[in-house]
Design a protein around this ligand. Structure first.
Ligand code: 13P
Length: 249
């Protein structure tokens, strides 16, 4: 049976003091359900100060695919690995939209993550225009196939895929749980074709986009949604704890 994986993506929010207080608070209050993994993906400057948290795994929100080099302003997978980061978000739509990430760089980053012992959370999702033009299916298929190119079956099974329709991010609009499940099911079938049925049975697929304590239960009750990648509602300890609690039911 697949685990539930609840990941918070803080994006560009909080100060170091706020980040540390969040972790202290969550460590005190969280009774981690046995079948749930909890991840916080924090901004780079906070990660080394947060790695003491025992009930929550740490994730970064991005990284470069090279190990080191003249890449001013970038952070390498080795740097993340050495400070205890275990997960890394790759190809978030905000990075694709504002920082020119392409399917090719996403693929390179996935390979680099595995090379350095990081578990990637690969984000895919269609724009509002693609959604309205009925292009969701083809777009998602292409994004998934291109991202996973050249990875071994084992690596694919360890990749977490987050389906985040761009039109549902930070807008308060959520895909209905049935709509979200259809796309997550499609992703699973693409994985079964590029890898195997066993891999597609094992792979964790999350939904993301305006997930809140009052809609996560319905989303996670769907057959193919194994977790959530959460922005806004992951910023406050109480709502994050509530997401984990409802998610575990
Ligand atoms: P919101 O939960 O704020 O819509 O953000 C979703 C997201 O982009 C998580 O990566």
């Amino acid at each position: 049976m697949r685990k539930t994986v609840i990941a918070g993506n803080w994006k560009m929010h909080k100060t170091l003091d706020e980040a540390k207080a969040f972790m202290t608070n969550i460590n005190e209050k969280l009774e981690k359900p046995t079948h749930t993994d909890v991840i916080v993906c924090a901004p780079f400057p906070f990660l080394s100060s947060m790695s003491h948290a025992d009930k929550v795994s740490l994730g970064a929100q991005n990284m470069h695919y090279e190990t080191s080099g003249a890449f001013t302003g970038e952070v390498s997978p080795v740097m993340l690995q050495h400070i205890g980061v275990q997960y890394v978000i790759i190809g978030h739509s905000e990075r694709r939209m504002y920082f020119n990430e392409t399917d090719d760089t996403v693929n390179k980053k996935l390979h680099a993550a595995f090379k350095h012992g990081l578990r990637p959370i690969l984000c895919v999702g269609e724009s509002l225009e693609q959604y309205e033009n009925g292009e969701t299916e083809e777009h998602i298929k292409q994004q998934v196939k291109k991202a996973l190119r050249g990875l071994s079956d084992k690596q694919i099974s360890k990749t977490i895929i987050a389906y985040e329709p761009i039109w549902a991010i930070g807008t308060g609009k959520t895909a209905t749980s049935e709509q979200a499940n259809e796309v997550c099911k499609l992703i699973r079938s693409v994985v079964s074709r590029v890898s195997s049925i066993e891999t597609s049975d094992d792979i964790i697929i999350q939904y993301g986009g305006s997930v809140k304590p009052d809609n996560i239960g319905e989303l996670l009750a769907q057959s193919d949604i194994d977790g959530a990648l959460v922005g806004g509602a992951s910023l406050e300890v109480d709502s994050f704890l509530e997401l984990i609690r409802v998610g575990a039911q």
